[in-house]
Design a protein around this ligand. Structure first.
Ligand SMILES: [Zn+2]
Length: 243
């Protein structure tokens, strides 16, 4: 049994208990949702309004995963997906009654952030997509470029607080996000969290659900590892060419 406490502005909002099987499937579902948004963001034309909305939702979902999210009071009750992500993230979660971007110290607008960080996330996703056409050395080189950025924004620039647990059945202490350094921080922290989980997990198959489409070479996400193309049109085009 996993027990998650949701807090809002210092008060406990609710305590949720879920069994391990349910927790695992929820984690998988919400993580995939975030990966989907991230893949879309790095390859998006940000002149389109709906792409900026996708970026906003990406940041907010990652915040929920990390356990510190801003949700204005009037939209708390509508945020079903966010609550699911808060639970899926498995941290002691805090919901602040504020605009989510106010939790980031860099003080730039979501639009500015979307443009500023897009090029920084691309090498990271290319690295995680493990393009089989690149040599191991070339992939490691991408990793060097990417990991620096992920670490700086997802760890060094984040303020953490120490929480000692009264109930020690599951753990003695945990670290809680107090503040995000930049708008990139919540996303980088989500990625680092998944990479740590990948390192510890016995079955690693679907944990980093990214690959390169065999037809158009774009980065894609997958629900099932057997999937090779990013879309129906790529699947059909590949079939026509007899590949
Ligand atoms: Zn494709």
């Amino acid at each position: 049994m996993t027990s998650i406490a949701l807090r809002q502005d210092g008060k406990t909002l609710k305590r949720i208990e879920i069994d391990e099987t349910h927790a695992a499937s929820l984690r998988k579902e919400r993580a995939l949702e975030i990966w989907k948004r991230l893949v879309r963001y790095v390859q998006a034309d940000l002149n389109h309004k709906q792409e900026l909305q996708n970026f906003r939702a990406l940041v907010v979902e990652c915040m929920a995963w990390n356990g510190l999210v801003g949700v204005p009071e009037d939209v708390v009750s509508e945020s079903v997906g966010l609550f699911r992500t808060l639970v899926a993230g498995g941290k002691r979660a805090t919901i602040k009654n504020t605009d989510p971007f106010k939790l980031c110290s860099d003080g730039i607008t979501p639009e500015q952030a979307a443009i500023k960080y897009q090029k920084d996330f691309l090498p990271g996703l290319k690295w995680l997509a493990r393009n089989p056409e690149l040599t191991e050395e070339a992939r490691a080189q991408l990793g060097k470029e990417a990991a620096q950025f992920l670490w700086e924004h997802g760890d060094e620039n984040i303020s953490l607080g120490l929480v000692i647990h009264q109930d020690t059945a599951q753990s003695f202490y945990s670290m809680k996000v107090e503040r995000y350094g930049t708008v990139a921080s919540p996303i980088c922290r989500f990625i680092l969290d998944r990479l740590d989980y990948y390192a510890k997990a016995e079955s690693k198959d679907d944990i980093i659900p990214l690959k390169v489409c065999v037809y158009c070479r774009k980065i894609m996400f997958f629900e099932r590892n057997s999937r090779k193309t990013c879309s129906d049109s790529c699947r059909v085009a590949m079939h026509r060419k007899g590949l």
